[in-house]
Design a protein around this ligand. Structure first.
Ligand code: M6R
Length: 368
C-alpha cells in the first residue's frame, strides 16, 4: 500500500507529479479557454467581485498566500488571506461582492467551516478549493474547485499542498479570463508552463538522495530557520511547518526582508538556514535575497540554498546548493517546496519519529 516506501508521507511526496498533472487535466476546452467544471459561480457573479478573502488553516493557509500573489498580479483584485480561526472574530467587512475562497484539503476543518458559514450569512459568495468530494465545506459553498491529489494519508500535507497551489493558479487565471485582465495568449502561456510542472517536479525528486544526505547532516540541530521572499515566503513557512510537525524541531520561516527587523538576532555560529532563492531577473528580488543571505552568513549561519539552475551569483554564499528547474517566480513554490518536504521526512525518520502519525496531531481538525 505504501508502494515500497517506509511512510505514506514519502509515497505521497513522490506522487506529486501525478497529482499535479491530474489536477490540471481537462481544464481547457476545445477553444483553449479555461473551464472549471464545478465553479457554479456565473461569469456575471465573478465580474462583480471587488475583493477576495481567502480563508484557510495550516498548510492550506500557505497555499492561500501564494494565491494572493497570483490573483493580485494577474487579475488586479485585492486579496486578503486570513487564518480561519481568526476570521469571524474580528468582524470582517463582507459584502455581496466579496468572494470568500475557503481552501481545505479535507473539507472538514471546523475553523474553516465556521468561517464560511459566517461569510454566507453576510451574503458573500463562497468558493471552496478542496480535495475531498462531497465533504462538508464544498457542500456548503456556492462553487468548488476540486483538487485531484487522491487520498492523503500522512498527517503532514504534501501532495495536498501542491494540488491546492494548482487550483489557486487555475482560479487566478480563470478570473483573469472572465474579467479580461489578461489576454488569452498570456493565459495559455501560463497554462503551458503549468503543464510542464509535473516534469520539473520529477527532476527535483530525482535529487532526493542529495536532500536526504543534507537531512542526515542536521540530525543534531535543535533549530532550523527558513528564508524566502515573494512566493518563496510561504514556501519558507511551509518548510518550517513540516519540520515542526514531524521532526518536532524548532523551525521558523521568515520573509527575508524582515530579517533586519529582528530575527537576525537569532543567528549564531552554525545555525542552519534554508534559503529559497527566487529566480533571477525580476524586480531585484533575487539580488535582495542574496544580500539577506550574505548577512546571515557573515554572522556564522550555515546557508542551505535552493536556487534555480545556472544561478552562479548564489554560489559564493551557499554552503550547500540544491538546484531547482528554471520556472517563473509565481510558479516556483511547486518545485521549491519539494526538497523541504523530503528534508523534513528524512530528518524525522532519522530521529526515529512516526512520520505518518506525529504526536498531538490529527489529519482533520474537526473542533474549533
Ligand atoms: O484539511 P485542511 O486543509 O483544512 O487542513 C488544514 C490544516 O489543519 C492542515 O493543513 C495542517 O496544517 C497539516 N497537518 C499540515 O501539514
Amino acid at each position: 500500500e505504501k508502494d515500497g516506501h517506509d511512510w505514506f508521507m514519502r509515497k505521497e511526496i513522490f506522487e506529486q507529479p501525478r497529482a499535479v498533472a491530474d489536477s490540471l487535466l481537462g481544464r481547457r476546452n476545445a477553444d483553449g479557454l479555461l473551464q472549471l467544471d464545478e465553479m457554479r459561480l456565473s461569469d456575471q457573479d465573478l465580474r462583480e467581485v471587488d475583493k477576495i478573502i481567502i480563508i484557510a488553516a495550516g498548510t492550506s493557509f500557505y497555499a492561500g498566500m501564494v494565491a494572493k500573489y497570483a490573483i493580485e498580479h494577474w487579475c488586479r483584485i485585492p486579496v486578503e488571506v486570513e487564518l480561519a480561526s481568526e476570521f469571524r472574530y474580528r468582524d470582517p467587512i463582507l459584502t455581496a461582492s466579496t468572494l470568500v475562497v475557503a481552501i481545505s484539503q479535507s473539507g472538514e476543518t471546523a475553523d474553516t467551516l465556521q468561517a464560511i458559514r459566517h461569510a454566507r450569512v453576510q451574503r458573500s459568495k463562497v468558493l471552496a478549493i478542496c480535495n475531498t468530494n462531497g465533504s462538508t465545506i464544498p457542500r456548503e459553498s456556492d462553487g468548488v474547485i476540486y483538487t485531484h491529489a487522491g487520498p492523503e494519508i500522512g498527517v503532514a500535507s504534501t501532495k495536498g499542498f501542491l494540488t491546492q497551489l494548482v487550483a489557486c493558479y487555475l482560479l487566478a487565471l480563470y478570473l483573469a479570463q472572465v474579467k479580461g485582465t489578461r489576454f488569452g495568449d498570456e493565459i495559455a502561456q501560463v497554462m503551458d508552463q503549468l503543464d510542464e510542472m509535473p516534469g520539473h517536479i520529477e527532476s527535483v525528486l530525482a535529487k532526493s538522495e542529495e536532500v536526504y544526505a543534507l537531512a542526515r547532516d542536521h540530525v543534531e540541530n535543535r533549530s532550523v530557520l527558513f528564508l524566502g521572499r515573494h512566493a518563496g515566503y510561504p514556501v519558507a513557512l511551509e518548510g518550517a511547518l513540516k519540520l515542526k510537525e514531524i521532526a518536532y524541531l524548532h523551525a521558523e520561516g521568515f520573509a527575508a526582508g524582515e530579517l533586519k527587523h529582528g530575527p537576525i538576532a537569532l543567528v549564531e555560529e552554525g545555525l542552519p538556514i534554508l534559503c529559497v532563492v527566487p529566480p533571477r531577473g525580476r524586480d531585484q528580488l533575487h539580488d535582495k535575497m542574496i544580500s539577506g543571505i550574505q548577512e546571515v552568513r557573515a554572522r556564522g549561519a550555515r546557508t542551505l540554498c535552493l536556487a534555480e539552475e545556472g544561478d552562479t551569483a548564489i554560489e559564493p554564499y551557499a554552503d550547500v546548493l540544491i538546484t531547482l528547474p528554471q520556472v517563473p517566480v509565481l510558479l516556483q513554490p511547486l518545485v521549491a517546496v519539494v526538497p523541504l518536504q523530503l528534508f523534513a521526512c528524512e530528518l524525522a525518520t532519522q530521529l526515529g519519529h512516526d512520520v505518518d502519525q506525529p504526536r498531538n496531531l490529527a489529519k482533520s481538525v474537526t473542533v474549533e
